[in-house]
Design a protein around this ligand. Structure first.
Ligand SMILES: C[S@@+](CC[C@H](N)C(=O)[O-])C[C@H]1O[C@@H](n2cnc3c(N)ncnc32)[C@H](O)[C@@H]1O
Length: 200
């Protein structure tokens, strides 16, 4: 990540090479283990219904499924959906084509809304978070992995702003800094990367 035009990327065109980034494809065992450990600490201990919005090629969805959770992925890019379906084949998981801001899940409710590197691209994040809040069961949680990428033309959403947006929706907002763990990214990073876990 790191350019202002990221918000308008053609994700279908990006899909084929998406998993080549260490933190996208999680192909390196060390990177994969680092994300698996973090995810385990953010997700409920018991098997839960996880909604992964803007799931991309399904890398985090697969980790969640491997940890025993039931996963619904949603992505607006047909090429990403195709890859995620292939990656999650045989798992307790479905991948839907649709808008992250208004996921096509009908009356279904979830224990976890998992979103990595997507919220900052959506118009009206406060409205989107309220909509997602309504999709959570009582006691459910948001697990949001976001950041601010680049220094010349930074893009993204700062942790403080996201925590403030979540404050009216959650009595328990916890920010975890991820910038200082190079294992997550496959290299050192010096921009702002973090996860927010917010229980409702
Ligand atoms: C940076 S990628 C992140 C993918 C995945 N969350 C991950 O961390 O590996 C952004 C993803 O969000 C999807 N996306 C972007 N805008 C979306 C929207 N409005 N609704 C659903 N998916 C969207 C893109 O197709 C892409 O797969």
């Amino acid at each position: 990540m790191g350019a202002p035009e990221l918000r308008d990327l053609d994700w279908d065109a990006e899909a084929a090479a998406f998993d080549e980034e260490p933190d996208h494809g999680l192909r390196d065992p060390g990177v994969r283990a680092a994300w698996a450990d973090r995810l385990r600490s953010w997700l409920p201990e018991r098997p839960a219904d996880v909604l992964d919005l803007g799931c991309g090629t399904g890398s985090l969805s697969l980790l969640a499924a491997e940890q025993g959770h039931r996963v619904t992925g949603v992505d607006a890019s047909p090429a990403m959906v195709e890859r995620a379906r292939a990656k999650l084949a045989g798992r307790d998981a479905v991948v839907l084509h649709g808008e992250a801001g208004a996921p096509p899940v009908g009356e279904q409710r979830f224990d976890v809304i998992l979103v990595r590197h997507v919220l900052w691209t959506l118009p009206g994040p406060d409205r989107v978070l309220r909509h997602w809040r309504a999709l959570l069961r009582p006691g459910g949680r948001f697990v949001l992995v976001e950041g601010v990428w680049g220094t010349v033309h930074p893009v993204g959403i700062p942790a403080g702003r996201l925590a403030a947006l979540l404050a009216p929706l959650s009595p328990d907002v916890r920010v975890e800094r991820l910038s200082d763990d190079p294992l997550l990214w496959g290299r050192d990073v010096d921009d702002e990367r973090y996860a927010v876990v917010a229980t409702v």
